[in-house]
Design a protein around this ligand. Sequence first.
Ligand code: GTP
Ligand code: MG
Length: 244
Amino acid sequence: QKQVFRISTGSANLDKLLGGGVESMSITQVFGESGAGKTQIAHTLCVTAQIPTNGYPGGKVMFIDTEHTFRPERIRHVARRFSLNEKSVLENVLYARAYNSEHQYELLKKFVGGKFHEEVGMFRLLIVDSIISLFRVDFLGRGELVSRQQKLGQMMSLLQKISEEYNVAVLITNQMTSDFRTFPLLNMDENGKPVGGNILAHSSTTRVSLKKVAGNVRIAKMLDSPDQEETEEAFLITTGGIRD
Ligand code: GTP
Ligand code: MG
């Protein structure tokens, strides 16, 4: 009797590309170069997920931040755009900083099994920004690629389970290989591609790539969508979050 819902991204164009918004009971992956707008989409969704729409009651958000780029101030700006109370909007975003890949996994397990358990039904959106950055630090050498992918696969299964069991929309962000400047010589991923290989690609229901155009204009492209051909839509990054 779980009713699948979609959360608006704040951009009607991007919503259209996604078939109405970010879908519950599934994993949506957004990837693109640095500055493409992945974190801005995540911030906007922290607010839009709280807005009730036809058949969707709205709910709380859990934000797992691996790069320390979560900005409460951005959430406030987006809340203002939608004429919402900034304080209560922020209170409905449960923020957790992950310090390594193991910790990231533990946070997700805690979300379903731990002290949030009674509350978990009130969450409608779970964000992991980014899904892979800590894995790239923790599993550096080529010899560790197999165990990295194995751990990554475990985490994706857990995310899938959470999304289905609790009817939650899961949004993950992913990087491009060229963004990894810290240890370029040890880069284990194929160049110029989203990181994480087949495991990340196949365990995401929906994948959207982002491209920088001019200024604050971005192009989103839907990848291997089963029902439509590859379509593109433009959106803007503004102080009030992303929009058309
Ligand atoms: P990485 O995390 O580095 O991979 O990039 P990302 O894809 O997460 O990029 P992010 O979402 O952080 O987007 C950064 C872009 O958002 C910048 O290039 C700015 O153009 C824009 N931006 C960030 N903060 C603001 C803001 O407060 N107001 C406006 N108008 N734009 C902003
Ligand atoms: Mg980011």
